[in-house]
Ligand binder design. Structure first.
Ligand code: GAF
Length: 404
């Protein structure tokens, strides 16, 4: 199945869409744009907030944000996904926003507070994206990061990739109310074409892990939106924090993160049994990530597949973040010829599965997963991370010329 948004000019089409939307809504021309991809996590789930190891890749679906300065002290934003829901909010009122506008205006507000929008009274922003919403593919992180990139370009600043990810995550914590880890924002900023990225969430170090050419990554969406699960996410995080405190009780040199605990530490500490299961997942999942990265580098895809299947089981049984639809789709994927392994990806409670598939079987597996009930399925490629650009001043005129 050919998905039009995967065609090579998809980035330009999105830019043109955001550009036109900006002009039509605000009657002003935007000169700066930020592009940021969504992500799929191959393995290392629910461990980033414990300082763990994760192995996501940026996907070839992205969010484009165009931005311009305006002379009122407000953030105005419009999105192709919510055309009737444009936002105009005074700086001081950003915290009252809900939904997609909170991500965009939250990023702008954080940047303003941190002195990054000096000399800019207000901003107008337009968004276009082909990252599926609520599918566990980090549409929100890509929106945040694209907004940071556009506003950095607008304010003519330079920021390191780590800073961009930090600002984006701060906006998610403070304005969207999700106590997420750093994985999604980091991969959206630092993705490497053709590679997954091994990210150590304790020290921030990264290592690109090339994907073998004979393997494809297939994503299939259950159609169950995970948007309502933020409360469960916060509970998992709190559980892991209690487990760390229990492991550290009586230690002369306390561990900085649960990821540093051993299986014996978790088994021997006095803690609630639910917290112990969560902690077991974290410790074992980090081991799986290191093993998976080494197997992928060695071209041992069978081992990668087994580790993905085990990761899913651990998320289902120990961390309890799966749901029947994810379990069924992962099982359906595993039964397809050419699939090495499959697991839920992202925060869970709905969203998508990811499967590692022999390249020659990838499109057939996409069809089989649609047949098994996926609301959408596609082959995705590891893409580069975020970028900003100055939009050509003659862009609008050229569009008119090519139309005539
Ligand atoms: C969500 C969060 F935003 C990430 O930080 C990560 O915890 C993920 O769930 C689970 O691995 O995407």
């Amino acid at each position: 199945m050919v998905d039009p948004s995967l065609q090579p000019d998809a980035g330009d089409a999105l830019l043109a869409e955001a550009d036109s939307l900006h002009e039509a809504t605000f009657h002003a021309v935007a000169r700066h744009a930020g592009h940021a991809p969504g992500r799929v996590n191959l393995i290392g789930e629910h461990v980033d907030y414990c300082g763990g190891l994760v192995l996501p890749m940026a996907i070839d679906r992205r969010t484009v944000v165009v931005a311009a300065a305006c002379d009122q002290p407000v953030v105005c934003a419009v999105s192709d996904a919510a055309l009737d829901d444009a936002v105009t909010i005074a700086w001081g009122d950003v915290a009252t926003l809900k939904g997609w506008g909170a991500y965009v205006a939250g990023v702008a507000e954080i940047m303003r507070r941190e002195g990054m929008l000096a000399g800019i009274e207000g901003v107008t922003i337009a968004v276009a994206s082909d990252v599926p919403l609520g599918a566990g593919l980090s549409s929100s992180a890509s929106l945040e990061v694209a907004t940071v990139m556009a506003l950095i370009a607008l304010s003519e600043q330079q920021r390191s990739p780590e800073e961009v990810a930090r600002i984006a995550r701060r906006a998610e914590h403070e304005f969207a109310g999700v106590p997420c880890g750093i994985m999604d924002q980091t991969i959206s900023v630092m993705g490497v074409a053709g590679c997954a990225l091994l990210l150590d969430c304790l020290d921030g170090s990264t290592r690109p892990v090339p994907l073998p050419t004979d393997v494809a990554v297939v994503v299939a969406d259950t159609g169950v939106s995970h948007a309502l699960a933020t409360g469960e996410y916060a509970l998992r995080r709190a559980s892991c924090e209690r487990a760390l405190a229990a492991v550290n009780a009586g230690r002369t040199a306390p561990l900085a993160a649960l990821r540093q605990a051993t299986a014996a530490d978790v088994a021997g500490a006095s803690m609630d049994e639910v917290d112990r299961r969560r902690a077991r997942h974290v410790v074992e999942e980090c081991d799986r990530v290191a093993w998976f990265a080494a197997a992928m580098e060695a071209g041992d895809l069978s081992t990668c597949g087994i580790l993905m299947n085990r990761s899913h089981e651990s998320l289902r049984v120990l961390h309890e973040v799966s749901c029947p639809e994810l379990d069924r789709l992962a099982a359906a994927a595993r039964s397809c010829e050419g699939v090495f392994g499959a697991r839920m990806t992202g925060g869970g409670f709905g969203g998508s599965i990811v499967a590692l598939v022999a390249e020659a079987r990838a499109e057939a597996v996409v069809g089989e997963l649609i047949g098994a009930g996926a609301t959408r399925a596609f082959v995705t490629h590891a893409a580069a991370g975020a970028r900003s650009e100055r939009i050509r001043p003659d862009r609008a005129r050229r569009k008119d010329e090519s139309a005539s």
